[in-house]
Ligand binder design. Structure first.
Ligand code: ADP
Ligand code: MG
Length: 405
């Protein structure tokens, strides 16, 4: 990328003036770098009165939270912009609007979502955003259906698979999600109190085989254009709206990966609530209801789209579509389990659990997450219905004995 240079705040303001689509662009006067993510620069561009008007996001040629010792392709910025634009085409109501992008500068300009809150923060604050689960289910159905072979024509689908080939970012997931937690690796981080549970994972051959199946599917099943990193920190919510951001891990993969990541993050939050002494019964119920709603909205909407929009006479058969969704459901459960485990013992943790100050409570929550994750991965192929998942979650929270089943 010969033209690449890292933006200063002043560069970001100039860029926003040209590409931000702001009519009174001269009023853009300040830029604040607010990236709390692990990878990139995110500038909020403000006007004279201090109101944030537009976002400029730039990729750095390395992993920001680690430093220059971990180089990372700038092409991820193109992938992010093109994935968001592709999803926006079919689900504008729940995808951040990319106003402009430049692959050479690895930069994009986005609509400002400052009135939204990151869903993870809302979940940690004990808020129940009533519409969020159905909205993310709707996003999943529309983004995933319209980029799958149920809808795309054969030739453009293959071209799109190559357009969205994202080897370096996929390798991060392949390693951090599916390998590191199950071996000794310097990137892993967990409290010594979890050592026994971690050791049990690593010697469980049935579990390791199931993780192998999930990883293999992730690497080989180009079902649809995934977001690729759909944790609750990539989702912005208000009381009645939801928008997805941060799609630099986008690629063609198994749809259960995106669904499972959403469900896994709701479960991580559930585990953090379950560990606390105070009576959080209603919130816990809310989380479980949200998981049900994500799946039900996704699957109903996906089936509707198959019925109404699929061009493929073989795939649009009801029985085939149902069988496809049954597999997606089982995959989702497995990927949700893998998300629970890697977020507790791997490199990238979640604030839901890590910010619990009381050590015993924190360890209890994390132990529940590991055990639930392990059981989801092991039993995913038998989980026929969402009610069985609910029983699993509730039993696991109370007894924490599943691993002995
Ligand atoms: P990274 O790829 O480095 O993880 P993100 O896209 O997750 O970066 O953005 C980091 C943070 O910047 C988000 O958590 C959010 O607080 C803020 N942010 C990102 N995009 C927007 C946006 N369009 N509007 C408002 N804030 C944003
Ligand atoms: Mg992020």
């Amino acid at each position: 990328m010969p033209n690449y240079y890292t933006f200063s705040a002043a560069d970001a303001i100039e860029y926003a003036k040209i590409y931000g689509g702001v009519a009174d662009f001269e009023s853009l006067v300040s830029a604040e770098e607010i990236g709390d993510g692990n990878l990139n620069f995110v500038f909020k561009i403000r006007d004279h009165s201090g109101i944030s008007r537009v976002i400029v996001k730039q990729a750095l040629p390395y992993v920001r939270c680690v430093g220059e010792s971990w180089p990372l392709t700038l092409d991820r910025s193109r992938i992010e912009a093109e994935t968001l634009l592709a999803h926006y085409q079919y689900c504008p109501e729940h995808t951040v609007n990319v106003l402009h992008y430049d692959p050479e500068l690895a930069v994009m300009v986005q609509e400002d979502l400052s009135e939204y809150t990151i869903w993870r923060k809302a979940l940690i604050d004990g808020v129940h955003n009533e519409h969020a689960a159905a909205q993310i289910g709707h996003y999943l159905a529309n983004a995933l259906f319209h980029h799958s072979d149920f809808y795309q024509d054969q030739l453009s689908k293959k071209l799109a698979v190559s357009q969205f080939t994202n080897p370096e970012l996929c390798q991060i997931t392949e390693d951090l999600f599916f390998t590191d937690p199950y071996i000794e690796h310097e990137r892993n981080r967990f409290e010594p109190e979890l050592e026994t549970l971690v050791h049990e994972l690593r010697i469980d051959k049935t579990l390791l085989t199931a993780v192998g199946e999930l990883k293999y599917k992730f690497m080989t099943h180009a079902e649809s254009l995934l977001h690729g990193d759909l944790h609750s920190g990539s989702i912005f919510v208000t009381e009645d709206k939801l928008k997805v951001i941060d799609a630099e891990f986008g690629f063609y993969g198994p749809i259960g990966f995106d669904i499972g990541t959403v469900i896994g993050n709701l479960l991580l939050n559930y585990c953090s609530l379950d560990a606390r002494d105070v009576d959080l019964h209603e919130l816990k119920q809310n989380r479980i209801e949200s998981i049900v709603e994500v799946w039900e909205t996704f699957s109903n909407e996906f089936l509707r789209l198959v019925r109404e929009k699929s061009n493929n006479p073989i795939f649009s058969q009801e029985l085939f579509a149902n069988r496809f969704l049954e597999k997606a459901w089982r995959d989702s459960m497995g990927y949700a389990g893998a998300e629970l485990i890697r977020r507790v013992i791997g490199f990238a943790h979640v604030a839901d659990l890590d910010t619990i100050a009381d050590k015993n409570v924190r360890i209890t929550g994390k132990s529940t997450a590991i055990t639930l994750g392990r059981n989801l991965i092991l039993h995913a192929p038998e989980l026929q219905h969402i009610n069985e998942l609910i029983n699993y979650i509730q039993d696991n929270g109370k007894k924490k004995k599943w691993s002995d089943d």
